[in-house]
Design a protein around this ligand. Sequence first.
Ligand SMILES: [Zn+2]
Length: 155
Amino acid sequence: MGKFKSRMYSFFGGRYGTDALYYFLFAIALLLLVINVFVGSFVASLILYGVAASLLVWGAFRSFSRNISRRRRENEVFTGFFRKVFSPFVLAKNKFRDRKTHKYIRCKKCRAVIRVKRIPGNHFLHCPKCLEKIEVTIKERKSNKAPKNKNKNKK
Ligand SMILES: [Zn+2]
């Protein structure tokens, strides 16, 4: 048993293991296999199955790989791309979440997004990224659901 254990250790030792890209490949493969159930055409089903299988093989290859620096680099490229694709959705979600308290503005020079507290009036600030001077005008909100009124209603 000890021999088996040490063999397992030497087999798994120094392997890369799992990362975000691994789980992504796994999830996509699973999704394709689920879609496969509903596909009537034999050829389409075969293609889906083939793609899913190769994603799983690729994921397994990466997790057993000993070239750790290279796998890490791949994962960085993937997460960077993923963040880029989904950042507009994350921004929209945050904008909605903070719609009553903050305003999101974009720096005209470097395109960085800056979150500003909704304090009515004209404000000057510097872009935290490129230090460009930015003027922000925040109008008084005409909403009658101001926090003060809310508290009064609650006693
Ligand atoms: Zn800027």
